[in-house]
Each structure stands twice: as C-alpha cells, then as structure tokens.
Ligand binder design. Structure first.
Ligand SMILES: NC(=O)c1ccc[n+]([C@@H]2O[C@H](COP(=O)([O-])OP(=O)(O)OC[C@H]3O[C@@H](n4cnc5c(N)ncnc54)[C@H](O)[C@@H]3O)[C@@H](O)[C@H]2O)c1
Ligand SMILES: O=C(O)C(=O)C[C@@H](O)[C@H](O)[C@H](O)COP(=O)(O)O
Ligand SMILES: [Zn+2]
Length: 369
C-alpha cells in the first residue's frame, strides 16, 4: 500500500484534489501557496489539534509563504452552533478577508462543518481549504462540500453546499487522536463498504483489528474518499444517489439530537444507526437474515457501540427518536425517508417509511433486547 495517494473530486470548474497519506501536508506547500494569492489565510483551528501539530503546520505555511490569521475553536458538537458561527464570521470580516483568500479548517468534522459554513456565507462565499485532523474528517466530512451547524431542532439543519479547493488528509495528524475518535471515524469507512463496495467491506473484515493501524489506514482512507468522490461527482447536491451516504444517519442523527450534550460522538451514533438500518431491512425483508449481526460483530471489534442500549447519552425514547426523524432533511410528503439495505454493499433509498412500524421497531430495540 503506497504511503501517499491523491483522489480527484470531479466537479467541473470546482474540481479539487484530496491528498491522502503521511507527509501530505508538506507535499501540499506549493499548492497552498497558489491558493493564497495575497500570502494570507484564515486558519480556523481545533484547539487540541493545533496544540499537537502547530509546529508542523506553521512550518508548511511558512514554506508556502502564507501568513495565517488564527482563530482557535474548541472542537466537538458545541462548535456547530449559531454563536460560534457568528463569532467566526465576524472574526473573518474584522480581518477584512477577501473572496480569494482561503478559510482553512484545521480540525475534525465539527470544525470543518463550521468553518465551511462561515466560508460559504462570508462575502457570499470565500475560498475554502480543509486540513482534516480526525479519521472521520479525513474519510468523510472534509470531502463533498456539505457544511453547516446544528440547531435546537436537530443535526445539521442549517448549512450550505460549499466545496473546498483542496483537502489535505495527512495521516500523521492521527497519531495524537484518542482511540475513541479513531473508532468513530472507522464507522464511516465501514459505511462506504456497506453502501456500495462489498469488496472494501470484506477487506475491512479481513484486516480485523489491524484496520486501524496506520499502514492499513492510508489505503482505507483513500478508498473511502474515492467512493465518496464518485458519488459527489454524480450528485453534488443530493438530488438522488448521494442520499445513500446517509446510511445509518437517519437513526444516528436522531440519537445525536436526543443525547445528553457532549456524551455521544457522531461516528458512534452512525455505527448504531447502521446496525439499526440493517435490522430494519431484515424486518421488512429486503436484507438477508444475519446481515446486521455480522456488521455488529465487526463494529464491536473496532470498539464501537452497535445498539441503542449500549449507546452513550441515553436513555432514549422511541417516540422522541421518531419525532426527530420527522425533521430529517431527506423526508418528503410528510413521510420519513430511510436508507436501507438489500445486503452488505447494496444500500437503497426508501421513502415513505411506516411511522407506526418504525416506532414499534425502535421500542423493541430499546427495551426488549
Ligand atoms: N460535512 C460532512 O459531509 C460530514 C460528514 C461526516 C460527519 N460530519 C460531521 O462531523 C462531525 C464529527 O466530526 P469528528 O468526528 O471529526 O469530531 P470532532 O470535530 O468533534 O473531533 C473529535 C475530537 O477530536 C479532537 N481532535 C481533532 N483532531 C485531533 C487530533 N489530531 N489529535 C487529537 N485530538 C483531535 C477534537 O478536539 C474533538 O475533541 C459531526 O458534527 C458530523 O455531523 C460531517
Ligand atoms: O456527505 C454526505 O452526503 C453525507 O451524508 C455524509 C455523512 O456522513 C455526514 O454525516 C453528513 O454531514 C450528513 O449529512 P446530512 O445532510 O444528513 O446532514
Ligand atoms: Zn456521517
């Protein structure tokens, strides 16, 4: 497996590279210089990631002759709210950012989503660069241009599509990442396999506990990014097929919205959500019996929760979860749309879920098992 790979996201004039692997940061210096015509950039940085990797980051910016204005933010879901959005947006305006001067997100998915949304609205859109520092952000959130914040009503309910001009996914940043966060990111890699890449899913199972070690990870990160890039190139704004990337998220986002704040991380909610999506698919007869159990076993080995009762942040109520699902962005005609499965590696979009059956299903999952 090679140490560095580049995946191209093909979006016409807005195409961009995702540079993956150890040393991707240093090798991107020239590219960065080209994206900072005034020698200035606006670094919206996760406080912890910056504390670990400041010297490396600053050395590369210096090599690119870029002077950063640094805005430090606490990572976590607490970053994705109206207050932080206002703070970041006003800070950028205070610095009188110009449209071709990049906002650089340095951190996990929460920093990327917040910074990207600010970049999308400041002066109606400024250049944006992602330097993801969590596994989750490297395999998923830094690619594809979804940006946004949470609202009182739920996850990611205000936002914009705003593609980055460059993504630098340097695996060296993952060395300081806590094990729990590594596992959370792994859930989104498994998701890619489950949606449409059965061979990837099998490789993950074969790798077992090794999958999360760095030599394996670069290949798995690049595979997940390539998988997502192909879908985004085909359906940038989720008019259809892109909704498949929401496997596990209709349930997962409901759990996140209901969880005690600060207790549940996105990848864990997605892991449990994917197992529920598979179990529900078995219930309605579209996925073969045993699919959910097989995936649950694999996720559990990676240290992820695989059912609602094991999920941090509860206890959860079936009725309240379904109410949250009523607000999901994929819904139409007042009915809940689910992403379900026909088997490992074949997800599909199912509009018009039976609300009563869904509630009964969740009640059973929460109490009877
Ligand atoms: N836009 C998208 O397409 C998309 C896709 C998937 C997920 N998301 C969003 O991403 C968010 C989750 O992202 P996340 O899992 O990266 O969480 P996160 O941004 O909260 O980061 C997780 C934790 O790791 C810390 N951290 C970050 N980098 C570190 C490093 N290198 N070393 C040590 N600690 C580090 C952070 O401070 C934080 O405490 C959710 O809000 C989710 O909705 C968005
Ligand atoms: O990029 C996408 O499309 C995804 O659905 C990726 C998800 O992993 C991610 O969590 C995304 O933020 C969810 O999007 P949302 O539209 O359901 O808020
Ligand atoms: Zn996700």
């Amino acid at each position: 497996m090679s140490a560095r790979q580049t995946v191209r996201v093909e979006l016409g004039a807005r195409s961009y590279d995702v540079m993956v692997g150890e040393g991707a940061l240093e090798s991107a210096a020239l590219h960065l210089a080209g994206l900072c015509p005034n020698g200035r950039a606006f670094l919206i940085a996760d406080r912890i990631a910056l504390a670990h990797h400041r010297d490396r980051l600053m050395a590369t910016l210096e090599a690119a002759q870029v002077r950063p204005e640094i805005i430090e933010i606490e990572g976590g879901e607490g970053a994705k709210n109206w207050t932080r959005l206002q703070q970041v947006t006003e800070a950028l305006l205070e610095h009188n950012i110009e449209r071709n001067e990049p906002v650089i997100a340095f951190g996990g998915g929460t920093i990327g989503d917040l910074a990207g949304f600010a970049a999308a609205i400041v002066k109606r859109g400024t250049r944006f660069i992602q330097i993801p520092t969590t596994l989750l952000a490297q395999v998923d959130s830094s690619v594809g241009g979804k940006t946004g914040i949470n609202t009182a009503q739920g996850k990611n309910l205000a936002g914009a599509f705003h593609q980055p001009a460059l993504v630098i996914a340097d695996t060296g940043f993952l060395l300081s990442l806590p094990r729990r966060e590594l596992a959370a990111g792994y859930a989104e890699i498994v998701k890619a396999g489950l949606i449409g890449d059965h061979a990837l899913y099998e490789r993950l199972e074969e790798a077992g506990s090794q999958a999360l070690s760095l030599p394996y990870l670069t290949g798995f990160i690049a595979a997940s990014v390539q998988f997502k890039a192909d879908i985004v190139a085909e359906d940038e704004r989720e008019a259809g097929r892109r909704a498949l990337l929401n496997l596990g998220h209709t349930f997962g986002h409901a759990f996140e919205a209901e969880a005690v704040p600060g207790t549940l991380v996105h990848g864990e909610a997605v892991a449990a959500g994917m197992v529920l999506a598979l179990r529900y698919s078995e219930r309605i007869g579209t996925a073969p019996e045993g699919s959910a159990a097989r995936v649950a076993r694999h996720l559990r080995e990676a240290g992820l929760p695989t059912g609602p009762r094991a999920l941090p942040g509860g206890p959860y109520s079936a009725e309240r979860l379904v109410e949250r699902m009523d607000g999901d962005k994929k819904n139409s005609g007042g009915a809940i749309t689910l992403i379900l499965s026909r088997g490992l590696g074949e997800a599909y979009i199912r509009p018009g879920a039976d609300r009563d059956d869904l509630t009964a299903f969740l009640r059973e999952e929460l109490h009877d098992r």
